[in-house]
Every structure is written in C-alpha cells, then in structure tokens.
Design a binder for this molecule. Structure first.
Ligand SMILES: Nc1ncnc2c1ncn2[C@@H]1O[C@H](COP(=O)(O)OP(=O)(O)O)[C@@H](O)[C@H]1O
Ligand SMILES: [Mg+2]
Length: 255
C-alpha cells in the first residue's frame, strides 16, 4: 500500500461566514499527481489557501492530515517547513526584493540553515536555465513587471529550489502560450518523484497533456463531485462542465 501524504476528511470551510467548501474528502499518496478541475468559483483556490493555512478561511468542520498528523494548529510557515508548497494563481509583487534574495531567504526559512552564496548561486543558475529564465531574472524584483508567464515560471522556480514534499499548484497553466506551458510542464515533471506528490489545480485539460495525472477530480460548488483517471479530463474537455452538471442532476433525481 502506498503511503498517504495528505488526507482531507470532510472539510467544510467558510469565508466571512459564507460556506465555500462543503465537505471535501481527498487522499493523496506519495509519488502521485492529482489533478483538480472545476469551473470558476467552485472553490479550488479556497482549498489551496486552506491547505497552506491562510487565516482568512475558517474551517468549520473536518480535518486535514499531513504525514499522518492533523495540521489545523500549524501556521503557514510551519506548513512550509513541513514541506508543503503553494504555487499561487495570482502571485504578488514584492518591490525591492530580488528573486535571488527572496529564494535564498525562503530556503533559509524552510531548511533553517543559510545556503553558502556560491553554492546557492550555482543552484539558482541551474534551475533558472532549466526553466528557460535568463540570468537577469535573479536580480529583478519579485514579480514586479513580470508577464503572466514569467510569474508562473517563478512559482515553479520556487518549487524547484525548495523541493517540497507536497506541491499545490493553483492554475499554474492559466494565461500561458503553448511554449511557456511546455517549459512549465517539464519543470513540474522534473520534480515528480516517489517521495513527493502534486495537487495540480486547473480549469483546462490542456496542461494534463504534458503533466500526466494519476487521478482527476472534478470540483463543483465546494465539493468533489467525480473522481477518475486521466480519461475523465478528456471527457470534460470534450463535453464541458455543464454536461457533468446535468449528469449529476440526473443521477440525483434517479436516487
Ligand atoms: N476572500 C474572499 N471573500 C469572499 N468570498 C470569497 C473570498 N475568496 C473566495 N471567495 C468566494 O469563494 C468562492 C470560491 O472561490 P475560489 O476558491 O476562488 O474558486 P475557484 O478557484 O474555483 O475559481 C467564490 O464564490 C468566491 O467569490
Ligand atoms: Mg482559483
């Protein structure tokens, strides 16, 4: 039996007393990629923020277990130190902080030790090259004046430098042209391994042609309404979310 890295059990979450997640259950094993697909507003980003411990969101019911422990009491930085990473749908700019400094500080915060300048520079140059980011990126301020594609590359660069055990990538594919998408997908694939897992949140099936998921889950109105293999993503792409919605309504009526 493969080891469970993450177990989400009947999770209910509200924002400002408005229920958003309405009973999400999901198990993620080490070595697996789980895709979460769903229409806009279904709660995908909310799930990612809750996993990272964003205090804006209140868990009203249910649990999140990571490496067998309930992480409700862990703050965001403690979750990061434990190996959880979130690639944001909308990364924010940090004026005055260079990419190199940002990543070195993040590495220190997570590992608890300062990376030697020379070794870190080598690591960064290597990872940036693999994501087709020119060396000038290291000296630019985080996300300031970055294009959509550059912002997403930086999210994957962070992931490549930090080597998280659980990566939650929220619409890392959105707004990318096909070449940028392939670079991002290769970056993600390089980080796949038997000891880590990826939750890939996406609105579109397209990225799943390049990052092959082991499982696909469909999110609607704060719940996972269907789970399956990669074929489920193709079916959704061909027929649309409305098709599934009608199907579910039919199934409910038949019960
Ligand atoms: N900070 C917030 N305040 C109020 N409502 C929010 C907030 N964040 C998300 N929501 C609401 O939660 C629902 C789900 O949003 P979100 O998780 O961003 O969905 P998705 O990522 O699937 O598009 C939406 O109706 C959205 O308006
Ligand atoms: Mg979202």
């Amino acid at each position: 039996m493969s080891e469970k890295l993450l177990i989400i059990d009947n999770l209910h979450v509200s924002v400002e007393n408005k229920p958003i997640l309405k009973g999400v259950s999901l198990s993620v094993e080490k070595g697996k990629v789980h895709a979460i697909m769903g229409p806009n507003g279904s709660g995908k980003s909310t799930l990612s923020h809750v996993l990272m411990g964003n205090s804006k969101f209140q868990t009203t019911q249910g649990h999140i277990f990571y490496e067998g422990k309930d992480i409700a009491a862990l703050k965001t930085h403690q979750r990061a130190q434990a190996g959880i990473f979130l690639g944001f749908q909308y990364p924010t700019a940090i004026p005055g902080v260079t990419v190199a400094n940002f990543l070195r500080t993040a590495l220190k915060a997570i590992r608890g030790e300062v990376a030697a300048v020379k070794g870190f520079r080598k690591l960064l140059t290597e990872k940036m090259a693999s994501l087709q980011m020119g060396p000038e990126f290291a000296t630019r301020y985080v996300n300031e004046g970055f294009s959509g594609g550059e912002k997403k590359r930086l999210e994957i660069l962070q992931m490549a430098v930090l080597c998280p055990k659980l990566s939650v990538l929220d619409e890392t594919d959105s707004g990318l042209d096909i070449d940028a998408l392939k670079v991002i997908a290769e970056g993600i694939n390089r980080l796949r391994g038997p000891d880590n897992a990826i939750v890939l949140i996406t609105h579109y099936q397209r990225i799943l042609n390049y990052v092959k998921p082991d499982f696909v889950h469909v999110f609607m109105d704060g719940r996972i309404v269907r789970s399956g293999g990669p074929e489920l993503a193709h079916e959704l792409e061909a027929k649309g979310y409305d098709w599934l919605d009608k199907n579910l309504a039919g199934e409910a009526a038949a019960r």
